[in-house]
Design a protein around this ligand. Structure first.
Ligand SMILES: [Zn+2]
Ligand SMILES: [Zn+2]
Ligand SMILES: [Zn+2]
Ligand SMILES: [Zn+2]
Ligand SMILES: [Zn+2]
Length: 552
């Protein structure tokens, strides 16, 4: 025995032999390298034979015991050479090293790819093989017949196992996390597995299990805000585990707390918090009672508060403070910065009303230079025509775009249309905008019915029933965001601007049927029906005119 080994040896706590120390237990007991593998925390449940024994090899699909992990010597089913080291022996189609690295023409898709299987027709690539019923097997745990995930287990059994592993505390799922378990296993198995591998998702589950994050809105607020948290929260709300709340509003409140923390001066921080609470939050809370806060409303409030904080810091830099601020200061503030400095206007107004600054001080309103390209009428007719006939565009985009162009609907209103807004009676389909149902002319009625039919096939995590929205978003129970819809429509050349453009539907009632046939590429009969649906449209237009202007 060399001196080094001698110096690092000790009596093993398990076998008692005097051997080099490979590791120590938490209490300091030395262990030799052969006993190390038999320690309780090193024992694994083999994913193939289910025995609890020392690990033979850890694979991406789980740990294997020594007996189950053995390189197999077989005749390669691809090239016929062998016996040689082959992979995938369990599939009955062993493949040697060389064949694993050789590209072949797939008989399924014709592409030159790595072959995963060989059938009597020829080689198949991974994508084509997974779709081929010949690759299906029944799950050894539940009997489902599909392209199995790993070690004879189907995707949903593996997903269930991963969920149990992620949520278990001391070998069992705590009863308060049972609803979380139920939500996670209700989802599609493949999507669920993908989600469980995301680090952001694992963080949430780990925090729930170790108790650092209670299963409440406030608990989730304490985590780093990201898409996984938003997704998880929406699923909990949709399953009634958490009460629903206005997320925009909650996010704004949190933002105010953290943004005002950055103000170093005590009295100034209190002033900004008072401004945020009394000027912005109070008004928004009142409005939120009627309809959920829009992202634009929240962004406007944030911009106002951010500008107030910046203005206070700037005044300090100038060697003065709010109470001693003059109009000269305010003019300099506006002249020596970008246009976001105008956002402090609301703060100055509020300060003036509450006597924090002298009378007569003000920041002028920002005069916006129009940079939006107005879509001219011909172009809007052309896009309308395309949306009516182009089958290559997604049906959601076609219908939403037509509502914007023909009925001058704002994108926010379109994105929040409930599924009940489409009323189908016999051969007629109408759309409820406001209180009057509008009879949809051909081909809009066809599109609406198609959209409804497609919507019935669509489900998201945590919802067993359908989403109540005509354009459902990625999060359970929520509509597609107006921002997302707007981006999609912009790609088609559609820009929605309140009060700027007239509804093409209104114009169409004033055009001769022959012109309409030309403009929209519809049959003369359909065109006649369009010009006659004017009565219905006129009633809606009048109602729209009487309605109080919605704020956004
Ligand atoms: Zn030992
Ligand atoms: Zn095994
Ligand atoms: Zn081979
Ligand atoms: Zn293929
Ligand atoms: Zn199964």
């Amino acid at each position: 025995m060399t001196c080094y080994r001698k110096a690092h040896s000790a009596a093993c706590g398990r076998c008692g032999r005097d051997l080099p120390v490979a590791t120590r237990r938490t209490d300091g007991t030395p262990l030799c390298s052969s006993c190390l593998r038999h320690e309780a925390d090193q024992m694994i449940t083999c994913v193939l034979c289910d025995r609890v024994c020392p690990v033979g090899r850890r694979t991406t699909d789980g740990p294997l015991c020594g007996a189950c992990y053995q390189p197999t010597l077989l005749t390669c089913s691809f090239c016929g050479k062998g016996p040689r080291r082959c992979y995938r022996a369990a599939t009955g189609m062993p493949r040697c090293d060389t064949c694993s690295r050789t590209r072949r023409t797939c008989v399924g898709c014709g592409k030159n790819k790595y072959a995963l299987a060989r059938t009597e027709k020829g080689h198949l690539c991974g994508d084509c093989w997974r779709k081929d019923p010949a690759s299906y097997n029944s799950c050894r745990l539940c009997g489902t017949v599909e392209y199995l995930h790993s070690y004879g287990r189907c995707h949903s059994c593996v997903r269930d196992q991963h969920v149990r592993d992620a949520l278990s505390r001391d070998g069992a799922i705590p009863s308060d996390l049972q609803p979380v378990h139920d939500i996670l296993v209700a989802d599609g198995a493949k999507a669920g597995l993908k989600r469980l591998t995301r680090p952001s998702f694992q963080t949430i589950l780990a925090a729930l299990v170790d108790g650092t994050c209670p299963l409440t809105h406030e608990g989730l607020d304490g985590l780093l805000p990201n898409k996984s948290v938003a997704f998880f929260r929406a699923a909990l709300v949709a399953s009634d585990v958490l009460p629903s709340r206005d997320e925009q509003f909650a996010a704004l409140e949190q933002w105010i707390t953290s943004a005002t923390k950055a103000v170093t001066d005590d009295s100034e921080r209190k002033l900004v918090r008072r401004f945020a609470t009394w000027h912005h939050l109070r008004r928004l809370r009142r409005e939120a009672e009627r309809h959920p806060l829009s992202p634009t409303q929240a962004a406007t409030a944030r911009a106002g508060i951010r500008a107030a904080i910046a203005l206070l810091a700037w005044l300090r830099e100038q060697g003065t403070e709010l109470a001693r601020c003059t109009q000269t200061h305010l003019d300099a503030w506006i002249d020596n910065g970008n246009t976001t400095r105008y956002n402090a206007r609301g703060f100055i107004e509020w300060c003036r009303k509450n006597r924090h600054i002298g009378r007569g001080l003000a920041i002028p309103a920002f005069e916006k230079l129009s940079h939006v390209r107005p879509t001219d009428e011909d172009e809007r007719w052309a896009i309308t025509r395309r949306l009516m006939h182009d089958e290559d565009i997604a049906i959601e985009d076609r219908f939403a775009g037509l509502l914007v162009l023909l009925y001058a609907q704002h994108i926010t209103a379109v994105s929040r249309l409930p599924i009940t807004a489409v009323i189908s009676e016999g051969l007629q389909t109408s759309l409820l905008l406001g209180t009057t149902p509008l009879l949809l002319p051909n081909p809009l009625d066809r599109l609406a019915r198609k959209l409804l039919a497609r919507r019935r096939g669509h489900t998201t995590i945590g919802t067993s029933s359908d989403s109540p929205w005509l354009f459902p978003g990625a999060f359970a129970g929520q509509p597609l965001s107006s921002y997302h819809l707007g981006t999609r429509l912009k790609r088609l050349g559609i820009y929605s601007r309140r009060g700027r453009t007239s509804a093409l539907m209104g114009l169409s009632t004033q055009l001769p049927a022959a012109v309409l046939t030309e403009l929209l590429g519809i049959s003369p009969d359909t065109a006649t029906a369009w010009t006659q649906s004017g009565g219905n449209w006129a009633r809606y237009a009048a109602e729209l005119h009487d309605r109080p202007h919605p704020s956004a």
